[in-house]
Design a protein around this ligand. Structure first.
Ligand SMILES: *[C@@H]1O[C@H](CO)[C@@H](O)[C@H](O)[C@H]1NC(C)=O
Length: 264
């Protein structure tokens, strides 16, 4: 056997390993394997979910090196990425589709960008699929990215697609320009925030609040990345705040890993 042929075989084995690892390397015995990854029909549209760190971090309980809530003066002062989620038109969504498990090496070249614009806002590990835990990005890839794969492709492409959308459609810029600037004293009409986003993107977004503060903005896109209306109802009071970082700092309230409206 030539080394050339050998190389091809090695590559083929590696390739197969990558594609099966998501299913085979789980905690399951061989007998359960077939049923662990249920067939889920392909999704209908995307939601690009962006979070407002001062609100999200208000429920963070502790600090650690990886927690983007704890960067003091370098804490994010723009909306950051939560994820790009495939959704169905009926308000449900697929999750944990078949595909390779998260591999940090795949996105190592994006690490600085992810830390800055897609930061982990917690010290806790996130749930991934198959009753496992991992970093925030592992959660987003395994739960959502694998189901987006028919459109966005592999792990690297899932992350780069999401980052590109985030850079193209600057929700922070749209809201700031409309006068919705961070403040710990002002409250803004939720309808005004929605209108500002509708004017910019010509589609109805979804906004989510936590204790009266804007926590998340979701923009919805077709599978060919044109704006469309979101399906889910917004969940905010009539007047909402867009908090600044508190000087004393953000790690106060006891909190959960994820808000209840997002029970995957
Ligand atoms: C988005 O807009 C904000 C506010 O104007 C600005 O600080 C930020 O740099 C912009 N982000 C991108 C990715 O262009």
């Amino acid at each position: 056997m030539t080394s050339h042929t050998m190389g091809k075989i090695v590559l083929a084995v590696l390739f197969a390993g990558v594609f099966y690892s998501g299913e085979v390397a789980g905690d399951y015995g061989g007998g359960e394997l077939v049923s662990t990854v249920a067939e889920q029909r392909e999704f209908d549209y995307f939601a690009l979910a962006l979070q407002w760190p001062p609100t999200y971090c208000s429920k963070s309980t502790k600090c650690c090196a990886t927690n983007g809530c704890c960067r003091g003066e370098n804490s994010p002062s723009v909306f950051t990425i939560h994820g790009l989620w495939p959704d169905y038109n009926d308000g449900t969504w697929p999750s944990c589709c078949s595909g390779p498990e998260f591999d940090a090496n795949e996105i190592s070249t994006l690490q600085d960008t992810l830390d800055k614009y897609w930061p982990t806002l917690s010290c806790s590990k996130s749930s991934t699929c198959h009753n496992k835990k991992g970093v925030f990005w592992a959660h987003e890839w395994e739960k959502h990215g694998t189901c987006a794969a028919p459109v966005t492709g592999d792990e690297y492409n899932y992350f780069i697609t999401t980052i590109n959308l985030y850079f193209t459609y600057n929700v922070t810029g749209v809201l700031f320009e409309a006068g919705y600037v961070p403040s710990n004293s002002e409250k803004y009409p939720g309808g005004g925030i929605i209108s500002a986003l509708e004017n910019a993107f010509h589609a109805t977004p979804q906004i989510i609040c936590l204790n009266g503060a804007l926590e998340e903005v979701r923009l919805c896109l077709t599978k060919d990345f044109k704006f469309r209306d979101c399906v889910g109802a917004s969940d905010c009071p009539d007047y909402v705040s867009l908090p600044e970082w508190a000087s004393s700092d953000s790690i106060t309230a006891a909190g959960r890993l994820f808000p209840s409206h997002q029970s995957f």
